[in-house]
Ligand binder design. Structure first.
Ligand code: FAD
Length: 448
């Protein structure tokens, strides 16, 4: 962890950033700040993580090209080389995902193949987090300081004005101070709930959003060893489905499975949607994350084809777009660049941009985009379960059924957008509308 940086006479930090949460978003934000803060400047970063350690839980995630380009730009892709590779993944042919009708007892039918120009990386979440953390620890080319505080669960914060320091309150820890607080603390964010519930919050509609709304979807996550799968599937099934990224579909239910860790493990996520739960704003009855007996999962997919039954039998252990982590990392990268920008300062004096304005620029640049991805992810999830009720282009399901390019284009647009125009995310950081606006704003301040 760079605590003193390469220079013995490090510049004093221009401000203190507290990041709540050491998930993909929080760690990427720290990485981006470290990378983009020039040596003439420095930022003090404190990461507060509720868990006793960083990133040991979770299963597989798909990392799409726009996010891997970003990891590459930050020099982190090599750190994942042990996880990535065509060994046994079978998707090196440009076959993103195979969609299969599976809700019947008879053998399933593969009805759609998402043909992607570049394969997504299918990796273990903990490998991603370890790589990000190692990157922070080994970075010696920055004058920024980074401290990760584990067992530090933020309960709330207080802030008396936009320009005064923020006091962070923790369960079982002394409070701490920062100039900027970034909430990267997940779906039940303490930062978001404190902000939305604050008496000073003028937009009262946000008070209803203090508690996250249940989508009506339940997900069973698990990892299956390839060895176990080979015991229950025929070699032909292993080749055709075990080494590929599969989406087994049925009404109101679907299963995503794909190999990770160079084919040693199969990531399994079984979803079911409770019809009407989202629309009625129902609260999920019970704990949000818990261990369940494998019998519950088997019951959920009772009557489905043999290939699925085999998968469930091989269940050794107890986001429809595969975009959440990628989005949080992309957001973090852009926010990190804005905070690190030499013209972003605490007070905005001497022709610079104050940090509050920099945060507003971030919101202007990213809010609509992020919201669009969230909406599309929900629509895609419903489409997997033959529900066309949410924002889907009317022809989408027809295209899906016909296995034609229209559906592929619609599904892959987000994941590859920009790459064909020759830009990595970082290049686009300066060229796309969002960051162009951000840079323009900062340049305008410079020109004043
Ligand atoms: C079943 C499933 C499959 C998914 N598959 C994919 C995929 O394939 N690809 C993809 O890109 N995304 C996927 N996602 C989404 C992805 O996991 C999330 O979007 C992503 O983890 C969000 O990252 P984050 O850093 O914002 O938050 P999180 O990963 O939720 O991290 C938040 C961190 O904050 C900590 N924390 C929480 N509260 C506090 C507090 N009060 N104080 C301090 N620390 C706190 C938590 O312990 C955690 O470490 C999937 C999600 C699910 C549920």
């Amino acid at each position: 962890m760079p605590s003193s940086g390469p220079n013995t006479s490090s510049p004093a930090p221009k401000f203190r950033v507290a990041i709540c949460g050491a998930g993909p978003g929080g760690l990427t934000l720290a990485t981006a700040i470290l990378k983009y803060t020039p040596l003439s400047s420095s930022i003090a970063i404190d990461i507060y993580e509720a868990a006793p350690e960083v990133g040991t839980v979770g299963a597989g995630i798909s990392v799409w090209p726009r996010t891997s380009a970003l990891l590459n730009a930050m020099g982190l892709l090599d750190g994942l080389s042990g996880e990535i590779g065509a060994v046994g993944t079978g998707i090196s042919e440009g076959l993103g995902f195979t969609y299969r009708l599976s809700e019947q007892a008879e053998e399933g039918i593969n009805f759609f193949s998402l043909k992607v120009p570049t394969d997504p990386l299918l990796i273990h979440r903990s490998a991603l987090l370890t790589t990000l953390q190692r990157g922070l620890e080994s970075s010696d080319a920055s004058n920024c300081t980074v401290q990760i505080h584990t067992n530090a669960r933020l309960t709330s914060y207080t802030s008396h004005s936009p320009t005064s320091p923020i006091t962070l309150h923790f369960a079982d820890q002394p409070s701490a101070q920062a100039d900027v607080l970034i909430g990267a603390d997940g779906i039940r964010s303490a930062v978001r709930s404190t902000m939305f519930a604050a008496p000073s919050m003028r937009d009262i509609s946000l008070k209803e959003k203090v508690e996250p709304r249940w989508t009506g979807v339940v997900a069973y996550r698990s990892l299956i060893t390839m060895e176990d799968l080979k015991k229950v599937w025929t070699p032909e099934q292993v080749r055709a489905s075990g080494l590929r990224a599969m989406i087994y579909t049925g009404k109101n239910k679907h299963i995503v499975s794909y190999p990770i860790s160079r084919g040693a493990l199969i990531n399994f996520v079984g979803f079911y949607t409770v019809p009407g739960a989202y629309e009625s704003r129902a609260a999920y009855p019970g704990k949000w994350v818990k261990d369940v007996p494998v019998e519950d999962v088997k019951k959920c997919y009772e009557g489905w084809e043999g290939e699925v039954q085999g998968l469930l039998q091989a269940h050794a252990m107890e986001t429809h777009f595969g975009a959440g982590a990628g989005q949080s990392m992309e957001d973090a990268h852009i926010l990190g660049r804005l905070l690190a920008h030499p013209l972003t300062t605490l007070d905005g004096k001497r022709g610079t941009t104050d940090v509050t304005t920099a945060l507003k620029i971030y919101e202007a640049v990213r809010f609509d985009f992020a919201r669009g991805v969230v909406r599309t992810a929900r629509a895609v999830g419903l489409a997997y379960e033959f529900d066309n009720g949410w924002d889907l282009p009317p022809s989408f399901l027809d295209s899906l059924r016909r296995n034609d390019d229209k559906a592929t284009q619609w599904l892959e647009r987000w994941a590859y957008e920009g790459l064909d125009n020759g830009g990595s995310v970082v290049e686009r950081g300066c060229e796309d509308e969002g960051c162009k606006a951000a840079n323009t704003e900062i340049v305008n301040v410079e020109e004043r």
